[in-house]
Design a protein around this ligand. Structure first.
Ligand SMILES: [Zn+2]
Length: 352
């Protein structure tokens, strides 16, 4: 393979940092850089992306650039329809970056990019049907079926953190109540820890001692760390969240019959303290239990680099087409066949 196709740049745009890396064919990050994320304007973020690309291209020859961004990305993987952390509303990100760098660019939802990385290089290798669940403050999700990312008709599939699991339950920032991420996430750990504080429970004293007695400083990550250090209240909180995690996964298994669930994000640092209860609840809740093969539930392997590595590989990979773009490709092929001039002009063009 020519050198040009061996390396690609992956960029992960977070609310606070733009992380960029040069990624090789085996998913190794061979060089990396980063900048603070400018929050003021889309143009400044695009300038920052161009800046990190220029820096890395100064040291490497690369085939293309993949960008992973939190938010809804349209089916052509060119436009960010909405991003919760950035000022992007119908932002034509792909073309804006292409104009600045003159290299091929793909844009992908960050959870999809991370799922692709786990599929290619991480916890879900040799599994064509997988569901990725990222447990941070909320739940991020991605689905792969038959070895292809499933983006849905409008590019918004995988938002299963907002499936209702408790009618009349806790209010969610999405506007509904009882969403899964209100029960299985870092925010759920914090809310339940604060409920113990509020109730004056002595059980929560060791956890409070870790934050100097300030309940406002309790985070999901802190509860995970305390649980790993053996704090009984934190272990119980993780069991509760793991239980809800398993219940939700059983629902997803009923829908997708996937072979594996890959669980990542900060809360997954708790490892078996979270996944053990999740597996128990999953088995207890699974449709057809006892008469079917069960999906494996495993931790993500690639950690914080997953989005960057996946975005880079998507920029390079010919297998990166989603079901939706394959459908689009068929539609376009039909259109071209109906128009002889278009066939000769466009027939050789890849539809990614
Ligand atoms: Zn919700």
């Amino acid at each position: 393979m020519p050198l040009l196709e061996r390396l690609a740049i992956g960029i992960d745009i977070g609310g606070t940092r733009v992380k960029a890396g040069v990624v090789d064919l085996d998913g190794n990050v061979v060089d990396r850089t980063g900048r603070d994320t400018p929050t003021t304007s889309p143009t400044e973020v695009e300038d920052t992306i161009a800046d990190v690309v220029r820096e890395l291209r100064g040291r490497h020859t690369v085939a293309g650039v993949g960008i992973g961004a939190a938010g809804f990305v349209d089916l052509t993987r060119s436009t960010v329809l909405f991003s919760p952390h950035l000022a992007w509303r119908h932002e034509p990100l792909r073309d804006a970056v292409y104009r600045r760098i003159g290299l091929s660019v793909v844009v992908e939802n960050d959870a999809n990019a991370a799922a692709w990385a786990e599929f290619r290089f991480g916890a879900a290798q040799r599994e064509d049907d997988l569901v990725c669940i990222t447990l941070g403050t909320g739940i991020g999700g991605a689905i792969m079926l038959d070895g292809l990312l499933f983006r849905g008709r409008h590019g918004m599939a995988g938002e299963f953190g907002h499936m209702q699991v408790v009618p009349g339950g806790h209010a969610c920032e999405c506007g509904n109540v009882g969403c899964w991420e209100q029960y299985a996430s870092g925010n759920a750990l914090v809310r339940e820890a604060l409920a113990l504080v509020e109730a004056g429970s002595p059980l929560v004293e060791p956890l409070l001692a870790r934050v100097g007695g300030d309940p406002a400083a309790i985070t999901g990550l802190l509860v995970s760390q305390a649980a790993r250090a053996g704090d009984p209240a934190s272990v119980a909180l993780l069991r509760q969240v793991g239980d809800w995690l398993g219940v939700g996964m059983a629902g997803l298994a009923a829908a997708f019959d996937n072979g594996v669930f890959v669980v990542g994000g900060g809360v997954s640092d708790a490892g078996e303290l979270l996944l053990g209860p999740a597996r128990e609840a999953f088995r207890r809740s699974l449709t057809g239990r006892g008469f079917r093969s069960e999906a494996r539930i495993v931790r993500a392997h690639l950690g914080n680099d997953a989005g960057m590595v996946g975005a880079a590989d998507l920029a390079r990979s010919r297998r990166s087409r989603s079901r939706s773009s394959r459908r689009q490709s068929r539609t376009q092929r039909r259109a071209w066949v109906g128009d002889g001039a278009s066939v000769s002009m466009l027939g050789h063009r890849r539809v990614e």
